[in-house]
Design a protein around this ligand. Structure first.
Ligand SMILES: Cc1cc2nc3c(=O)[nH]c(=O)nc-3n(C[C@H](O)[C@H](O)[C@H](O)COP(=O)(O)O)c2cc1C
Length: 417
């Protein structure tokens, strides 16, 4: 019986343990988690979601405070088009977050950054160009393009000296999305170094509609492998979404995937950025507590715990401080929903907004508990302590369990105390 460690993910002449730990914004997949993954020979991800805020918390910068001060005059205005990111400052935050992570890297693995196109930041092209190029400046090993079709993203970094050296890849959920990406980028003569196929059981935003349950990762993986073969494209395909045990991973590696990307099992590790209380919520969750809904202003369905404080919370839009989801015209679906409720209930001091959520503020405060489908199985991966809380794990424990387990077994950690 094979185990994940019998396989290797190859980039050129280099080999890695074929386990990627996926990007989880906002700072849920921390530098610490990515560094541990790289130390153990796999590929870790940090995320550049709300990077100015992440920098403020980690490096004592004041990007958010300064931006809030600058745009304070606009807080009661529903037109947010004036709220622009200063590209110099954005690049500085990105270089800090990524540069400090890369400086600390040890071991044989790699660290990539997850860059979501849906963070349109009131200037989709220029802000994405800034983020991508600053990531390359800061020495990131690779970039994973996510949450979007990324038709123009390669072109945005084509002039960077590291464009052909860094590992660049994209997350897709269908053959069609990959075909379009390849067609749109054909003239650059630069193929992606890896492709991640993410199925409908993943955490975060889904690349499917509300009919997500009709799709299945193994089927889409096989379709993508067949497509790559027909096109004679030798690009490693990484499968993601709902791979919960080492044996699950082996089934994808045996089917021809070059690696797997996993995330949910790492949400209850010490290195994960979620607050300790939220980690306990994840472990306690039952299958019925996990839903896929449309509250994200991005328009993509998102999976989360039903009890997440973000649902229904009618807070004032926080765009003057954050504004990561403002589209090219300075709008966000939450602003419309919020204004509608305020107009409908002028007598209320605090309104409730059910259809959309202020994702920036809630993600920043760890109040949007997005999670993978199998979050309800996390309780089977650890011990319940005498006080009713669950023991957290180390990233090393979870990584090695994926790497070495057989027979769908899950290794429990040594009991604390
Ligand atoms: C809490 C959480 C947050 C996530 N955030 C992001 C994100 O910001 N960007 C992204 O591309 N994927 C995100 N994902 C998806 C993961 O990177 C990964 O591909 C997927 O969850 C793997 O499936 P698994 O969680 O079942 O192992 C997130 C997943 C989780 C669990």
């Amino acid at each position: 019986m094979k185990r994940v460690d019998d396989f290797r993910l190859r980039f050129g002449n280099n080999e890695y343990v074929p386990i990627m730990v996926g990007g989880m914004g906002v700072d849920i997949s921390t530098s610490e988690l990515a560094l541990e993954t790289a130390r153990l020979g796999g590929i870790g991800h940090i995320s550049d979601a709300m990077v100015e805020d992440v920098s403020d918390r980690r490096f004592d910068t004041s990007f958010v405070k300064d931006k809030t001060k600058l745009y304070k005059f606009n807080i009661n205005n529903s037109d947010k088009s004036v709220v622009q990111f200063d590209l110099e400052r954005l690049a500085e935050a990105q270089r800090l977050h990524i540069g400090k992570t890369m400086e600390a890297k040890q071991g044989p693995g790699l660290i990539f950054v997850n860059c979501m196109e849906k963070l349109t930041m009131n200037g989709p092209r220029e802000t994405l160009r800034t983020r991508l190029n600053a990531a390359l400046d800061a020495g990131i090993d690779g970039i994973t393009l996510s949450a979007g079709l990324h038709f123009g993203s390669f072109a945005l970094m084509a002039d960077h000296p590291r464009f052909r050296e860094a590992k660049l890849g994209i997350i897709v959920s269908s053959v069609r999305a990959l075909q379009i990406f390849l067609r749109k980028n054909a003239k650059l003569d630069r193929l992606p170094d890896f492709i991640i196929v993410e199925g409908p059981l993943a955490g975060g935003h889904l690349g499917f509609g509300m009919d997500w349950a009709d799709y299945d990762l193994m089927t889409i993986t096989r379709e993508l492998l067949a497509y790559l073969k027909t096109e004679n494209l030798d690009i490693p395909l990484i499968a993601a979404g709902g791979i919960f045990t080492g044996s699950d991973a082996v089934s994808f590696l045996e089917a021809g995937a070059a690696g797997v990307q996993v995330a949910t099992r790492f949400t209850i590790t010490n290195e994960c950025g979620l607050p300790a209380k939220v980690k306990q919520e994840y472990i306690r969750a039952t299958e019925d507590d996990i839903i896929v809904n449309g509250v994200s202003p991005t328009g993509y369905p998102m999976r989360m715990l039903k009890s997440t404080p973000a649902i229904g919370a009618g807070i004032r839009p926080g765009c003057e401080s954050y504004g990561y989801l403002l589209d090219a015209t300075g709008n966000c679906a939450y602003i419309n929903s919020y204004n509608r409720e305020v107009a409908a209930h002028p007598e209320l001091k605090v309104v409730s907004v059910m259809d959309k959520t202020c994702l920036c503020t809630h993600m920043r405060n760890f109040n949007c508990w997005t999670c993978g489908h199998y979050t309800y199985r996390l309780k089977d991966t650890t011990h319940k302590k005498a006080d009713g809380e669950y023991q957290l794990l180390t990233a090393e424990h979870v990584f090695k369990d994926y790497q070495f387990s057989v027979d769908n077994q899950i290794a429990l950690p040594e009991k604390e105390g």
